[in-house]
Design a protein around this ligand. Sequence first.
Ligand code: AP5
Length: 191
Amino acid sequence: MFNLILFGPPGSGKGTQSDSIVEKYGLVHLSTGNLLREEIAQKTPLGLEAKSFMDKGQLVPDEVVIGMVDSYFDKHKDAKGFLFDGFPRTVAQAVALDNLLDLKKTSINTVLALDVSEEELVKRLLNRGKTSGRSDDTNEEVIRKRFAVYSKETTPVAKHYKAENKFISIKGEGAVEEIFESISGEVDKLI
Ligand code: AP5
């Protein structure tokens, strides 16, 4: 299996790049943000719980997200690899992911981090908020809160993978196609 984490702050282009990566490398896309939004759309108890956190720009509790990832693995037993987008977002999630992959006798191959300035991120998210219908994109205060949460809770995840020499930074500004070329360049060295 080949398992890749696409890492980076809100608006860095993880979702945008994921579409091209899964198509080129045949990986299964696991976006915890998308899975949570599906739960909200279906008005499940998990979705209702998650919405209260997401609307405020806070993280959904680890146990909820880890349980959701575990069930997603069960539904994709034949995957030849996963692209993780927006997960793991805390060190506890990273440790849980390592353990779940260990049970499948596999591990994370690499973490590619998209590097984008905060001003560009705010611009992208407010712009997307005009059409996306995402409540967490329309309010600049909620967007800034998401960055603060990223800085406090998610940046330590980078350290977790740096310690294993699995962390690579990629310039996340510029044309979408150019960024995809950089990502492909790194993946092709490993696959
Ligand atoms: P999630 O859905 O994961 O959102 P996010 O991390 O905040 O990221 P975004 O989807 O906003 O950005 P992205 O990096 O995917 O960028 P995109 O490609 O869309 O999470 C939402 C919420 O769910 C969280 O706040 C949390 O509450 C909860 N959650 C999710 N996962 C969780 C977890 N593991 N644990 C706990 N809670 C969790 O691009 C953004 C915009 O920029 C788009 O409009 C795009 O067209 C544009 N764009 C992309 N690339 C470029 C470029 N190169 N140039 C110009 N514009 C570009």
